[in-house]
Design a protein. Structure first.
Length: 213
């Protein structure tokens, strides 16, 4: 039975992600929440669900000795990043006065502009919070069985802006069009929360557990 490690760095609501993975696995995978480097190295798959501010997220990873281990995992294991677990893959974030991130995927993380109207003239609030559509930018195994334009649940004030079109896997409109999913080799990462996205979220998690990049 394969093991899926949910990265525990002391800052995120990990139980809801783990429970969603367990539901998606239906007994076919062992899900562990761990901040132990050896556990992450031993796992076949890694899920990084980040919440909070990016600067604190990265400094906490360093404090727990997890940054280098996470980089090891990113080089070869199937990886699913959620929220900050997606944003940390890019080069830099505007959050916390400007923060250098892991630099795995070229691009930057930007803040939504405040007070912009949407197409209907309504002023959009920041953070972007609630259900929204995800347009699939290309075919990918993690989209299997999920309709193009399916709705997922979002909570965020910053969004990923990858530099290369080939890394875009899904996009969403809120104030501006933004990357709601990115993919490269063994990495897939989403801005939305699959664990809060009901049927579509569970489908994506099942696809991740079956994925053989």
């Amino acid at each position: 039975m394969q093991t899926v490690a949910v990265v525990d760095y002391g800052m995120s609501n990990l139980r809801s992600v783990a429970k969603a993975l367990e539901a998606a696995a239906a007994g076919s995978a062992r899900v562990v929440i761990s901040g132990e480097p050896d556990h992450l190295r031993a796992a076949e798959r890694v899920v990084f669900p980040g919440q909070g501010a990016i600067g604190r997220c990265l400094s906490t990873l360093d404090e727990h000795g997890l940054t280098s281990v996470l980089r090891e995992c990113l080089r070869g294991k199937p990886y699913l990043g959620i929220c900050l677990g997606m944003q940390c893959l890019l080069d830099r974030s505007a959050e916390d006065g400007g923060t250098a991130t892991l630099g795995i995927v070229p691009g930057e993380v930007r803040r939504f502009p405040d007070g912009r109207p949407d197409a209907g003239g309504r002023r959009c609030k920041v953070p972007h919070m609630g259900w929204n559509e995800v347009r699939q930018a290309r075919v990918h195994p993690l989209w299997r069985g999920i309709d193009d334009g399916a709705r997922f649940y979002f909570v965020h004030s910053y969004y990923a802006d990858p530099a290369e079109a080939r890394d875009l896997a899904g996009s969403t409109d809120y104030i501006v069009p933004f990357a709601s999913a990115i993919a490269r080799d063994n990495l897939f990462a989403v801005q939305f929360h699959p664990e809060k996205s009901q049927r579509n979220g569970l489908a994506l998690l099942r696809n991740f557990l079956d994925w053989k990049p």
